[in-house]
Design a protein around this ligand. Structure first.
Ligand SMILES: *[C@@H]1O[C@H](CO)[C@@H](O)[C@H](O)[C@H]1NC(C)=O
Ligand SMILES: *[C@@H]1O[C@H](CO)[C@@H](O)[C@H](O)[C@H]1NC(C)=O
Ligand SMILES: *[C@@H]1O[C@H](CO)[C@@H](O)[C@H](O)[C@H]1NC(C)=O
Length: 416
């Protein structure tokens, strides 16, 4: 009896091992086929030099392999992600304190070139694809930015994510014959836009992935079309060093708010002096001034403008949270609540997190010299068609979320 039982287990075990081996063989075969197809597609094409070509090709295969082999589910179980599909080459040997966390579809990655002109610290970006067939295009984008932009290669780590409901299809015929002389704008595929797809864009899930794989104690979550003021990484690093005792005395629950602006013209390197000058000339104005003034007015731009000018970064003043304030801020990664993945498309996606931080007891310290700038003015009529509908839908999700917070933080004495 026992012998038979053992035999049964042996057979089952062998079966499992067999399936795994078969799966591995299939994977290997699949990769070899893709490799051969790639070689056929690429042969005869003119690319930089032979060695550059080999480097790109080796990376290409490495990325494809990672995509086909790795599939983790995010906490909502609706999305598959591959973390660090490309990692930054500059480790900083632990000296970096702050990572900028972002999310985008592949057609918006060209904004990174603006960011890397002013930011010399780590960046963690989650790139989303709505469609399985677009994966090749996404990977080619990553290869292009890695091989053609030194600062991106040094500082930016990429993760990718896609809906669990789609199947990934690598298409060798879609690989690019890119040359670094090409402007990023010309590589943009005009058929996919974050908000227009039938697949809802999951900002918060993507933000959480970017934050989870950031390796510094502090993080700054920004949208891809924003840049911070110049030298922010080194200024913040010095601020943390100089204010060590203050920071350990303060409750760790503090958000360092960076006032947000929007700019009509593409922004070159900005410090506060230049920003105030542009503001006077109406080239720059407070973010969402006309689209949703109350979303940022709590920052108190007039007070900020009048702060005495000092050369280093410090806390300017404290602001009291009031709905619907949704500032951009730096916070300690280990304390900060993650974003709620139920908020997709437009409305409440960032506000819900700030509401939770407020209920958790966070204070909001507005920084004197640092700020962030959004590229382009936001006009009330400049939003996509379905924005208002999405906002109403998310308002319902928010009501549910708020009720949950009230239960979770009973006795906090704070409300949103
Ligand atoms: C990190 O350490 C390695 C080895 O000690 C060194 O070669 C490299 O230059 C360092 N990088 C930085 C950014 O300090
Ligand atoms: C790369 O970063 C450096 C600072 O580390 C900066 O001086 C340079 O302008 C950047 N290059 C580009 C192309 O943005
Ligand atoms: C996408 O549109 C932009 C601006 O209209 C254009 O410059 C670019 O060449 C287009 N890209 C493709 C691949 O057609």
């Amino acid at each position: 009896m026992r012998k038979r039982c053992r035999l049964k287990y042996m057979v089952m075990l062998l079966g499992v091992v067999g399936i795994i081996v078969l799966f591995e063989i299939l994977q290997k075969w699949r990769l070899e086929v893709i490799d051969q197809q790639l070689n056929v597609v690429l042969s005869g094409r003119k690319e930089q030099s032979e060695t550059a070509l080999q480097g790109i090709q080796a990376d290409r295969l490495r990325l494809i392999k990672k995509v086909l082999k790795t599939n983790y589910l995010d906490s909502t179980k609706e999305y598959v992600f591959v973390q660090n599909i490309l990692s930054r080459s500059m480790s900083g040997n632990g000296s970096h304190v702050l990572t900028i966390c972002m999310h985008a579809t592949a057609n918006h990655l060209h904004y990174l070139t603006d960011l890397m002109a002013v930011w010399t610290g780590p960046v963690s970006v989650t790139v989303f694809t709505h469609h399985g067939q677009d994966i090749t295009d996404l990977l080619e984008n990553l290869l292009y930015y890695k091989h053609c932009f030194e600062n991106i290669s040094k500082f930016v780590s990429f993760h990718i994510a896609y809906p669990v409901s789609i199947s990934i299809e690598v298409k060798p015929s879609n690989v690019w014959n890119f040359e670094c002389e090409m402007e990023p704008e010309h590589l943009i595929r005009n058929d996919s836009s974050n908000f227009k797809s039938k697949v809802p864009y999951p900002h918060n899930v993507l933000r959480n992935i970017a934050i989870t794989f950031a390796k510094t104690p502090y993080i700054l979550s920004l949208d891809i079309d924003m840049i911070p003021s110049v030298n922010l990484h080194s200024q913040f690093e010095q601020f943390v060093k100089r204010r060590q005792s203050l920071l350990s005395d303060m409750s760790s629950k503090v958000a360092f708010v960076l006032p947000a602006f929007e700019s009509s013209a593409p922004v070159s390197v900005f410090n506060k002096g230049k920003l105030l000058d542009h503001w006077k000339r109406n080239l720059v104005r407070p973010f969402y001034q006309f689209a949703c003034r109350d979303c940022h007015s709590n920052t108190d731009y007039d007070l900020w403008e009048k702060l005495p000018s000092i050369s280093f970064l410090d806390i300017g003043y404290n602001a009291v949270f009031e709905r619907p304030w949704e500032p951009f801020f730096i916070a300690r990664k280990q304390d900060m609540p993650l974003y709620d993945g139920r908020f997709k498309q437009y409305g409440f996606n960032r506000f819900s997190q700030i509401c939770e931080m407020h209920m958790l007891g966070y204070s909001f310290a507005v920084m004197n010299n640092a700020f962030v700038i959004h590229r382009g003015f936001k006009e009330p009529e400049s939003f996509h068609e379905t924005k208002d509908l999405e906002h109403r839908q998310n308002e319902l999700v928010f009501k549910e979320f708020e009720a949950e917070l009230k239960l979770r933080y009973q006795g906090s004495g704070r409300n949103c």
